[in-house]
Design a protein around this ligand. Structure first.
Ligand SMILES: Cc1cc2nc3c(=O)[nH]c(=O)nc-3n(C[C@H](O)[C@H](O)[C@H](O)COP(=O)(O)OP(=O)(O)OC[C@H]3O[C@@H](n4cnc5c(N)ncnc54)[C@H](O)[C@@H]3O)c2cc1C
Length: 411
């Protein structure tokens, strides 16, 4: 159905930010329509089926420690869970580093893992306790620096930094210099300490589809790219659509093109190679971290966490690099990560996402303004943190700002 010529609110973009804003506005009685350029709801959370396998557009996970995860019906997503921890390989040997709060029997292995001495491990534990359970306000008042500076000054030591923290965080931040803001690291680490990470049975796109399902179908207009935005109007194809409020919820680069007052920070890129193995080589679902001299930041048997990603019990492996690698460049490394031969691996597909996340380097403004004036609003992960949490939180903030203007009595 075509969008109406006049609506109370138009939201441009059906990623998690736009959908979070739109569902809140609809729940408050606003006449809201969402205009989405692509063919699916969920934006960067996109999933396709290849030979029966559920393949996300790049390896990503849902972290239930994000405050905005409370907005989702997690049961309906039928999440399959990763264990909290990772496999670290040193000189070819695999060490399982698992959070002992959930697996007390894993404590001896953790204490003997080659991640530094007792003092360094205690420093990492203290860093985690402070981030996980300290007040957020105190964390955010601490001086901002880079993630690496913050970890070094916490005393975690070189071994833990290079073998565990750098590859683990590189896979999340999509940069390996750990130049990201320590204030973002604090929030991210808090979510890892407080939550679990999982994959929905239907793939990550199911998260966006769940939010979209809360809107009446005729309010979401797929395949509808917006060309220009002005106060009270957007242009779509050859037509102008009018609205009392316009919320731009696109990716950062498009937001900067549509809105002259918005600037986009550098985009982070990631390439993910998907392989099929006859079965999983591992006893439990853990991410295998890349090695300091390798090209991969991580490699993971997705079906260990979420068996529904496979049509027939074979294992689906996702291996990510920050450089744009070819499959032949990483095949041996993927095999070594899982202790299989490269002949066991069937290459399914390789996906590069160029604008996966905006950079979040210091000085980072954790909550950039969403109300640009004249009835124009902006949200998206570039307004908060480059994450599912940041996208959803910015959408919630934009909805509140719109309601302040249109429905002050509902706040
Ligand atoms: C490979 C990868 C791994 C990631 N891993 C994680 C992870 O593990 N954990 C985590 O928290 N985050 C992760 N992220 C980041 C997270 O996915 C994003 O931060 C979040 O989804 C951004 O949502 P958004 O709504 O701000 O933007 P988007 O999802 O980009 O949504 C913007 C929407 O606007 C639409 N649009 C663009 N231009 C127009 C236009 N002109 N007209 C109409 N519509 C338009 C787009 O099609 C899109 O649907 C990852 C991202 C990628 C790509």
């Amino acid at each position: 159905m075509s969008p109406p010529a006049q609506a109370e609110v138009l939201v441009v973009g059906a990623g998690l930010a736009g959908l979070s804003a739109a569902t809140r506005l609809a729940a408050s009685g606003c006449d809201v329509h969402v205009l989405e350029a692509g063919r699916h709801a969920g934006g960067r959370l996109a999933t396709e089926r290849i030979d029966g396998f559920v393949v996300d557009r790049g390896f990503q996970v849902l972290n239930t420690g994000y405050p905005r995860a409370a907005d989702l019906d997690l049961d309906a997503l039928q999440l399959g869970w990763f264990e909290r921890g990772a496999v670290v390989r040193v000189d070819g040997r695999a060490y399982r580093v698992v959070d002992p709060r959930h697996r007390p029997l894993a404590l001896p292995a953790l204490l003997t893992a080659p991640l530094g001495g007792v003092r360094e491990k205690a420093a990492l534990a203290a860093f985690s306790v402070l981030r996980g359970y300290g007040p957020v306000s105190a964390l955010q008042r601490s001086p901002e620096r880079t993630a690496e500076q913050a970890l070094r000054s916490a005393g975690v030591g070189d071994a833990a930094l290079e073998r565990f923290l750098r590859p683990f965080l590189a896979g999340v931040l999509l940069e390996s210099d750990l130049a990201t803001s320590s204030h973002y690291l604090d929030l991210l680490w808090r979510s890892f300490v407080r939550g679990a990470i999982g994959l929905p049975a239907g793939g990550m796109q199911a998260v966006g589809e769940q939010l979209a399902g809360r809107l009446d179908g005729e309010r979401l207009h797929l395949g509808t790219p917006v060309h220009t935005v002005a106060p009270g109007a957007v242009s779509v194809g050859g037509s102008t659509l009018r609205a009392e409020a316009v919320v731009v919820a696109t990716d950062p680069a498009t937001a900067a093109r549509l809105l002259t007052t918005v600037t986009a920070s550098a985009p982070r890129e990631v390439t993910t190679h998907y392989h099929v193995l006859p079965g999983s080589p591992w006893p439990s679902p853990l991410i295998v971290l890349g090695q300091p001299d390798g090209r991969l930041v991580n490699s993971v048997v997705l079906t260990d966490a979420q068996p529904r990603y496979s049509p027939d019990g074979r294992a689906l492996v996702a291996s990510s690099s920050l450089a744009r690698t070819a499959e032949r460049d990483v095949r041996e490394e993927v095999a070594r990560a899982h202790d299989v031969t490269s002949g066991d691996l069937d290459h399914l597909t390789t996906i590069t996402v160029t604008g996966a996340q905006p950079a979040a380097v210091p000085p980072l403004r954790l909550r950039s303004p969403v109300d640009l004036g004249d009835g124009v609003y902006v949200c998206g992960d570039h307004r908060d943190t480059p994450s599912i949490q940041g996208a959803m939180a910015s959408g919630a903030r934009a909805a509140r700002a719109v309601l302040r203007r249109l429905r002050p009595s509902r706040l």
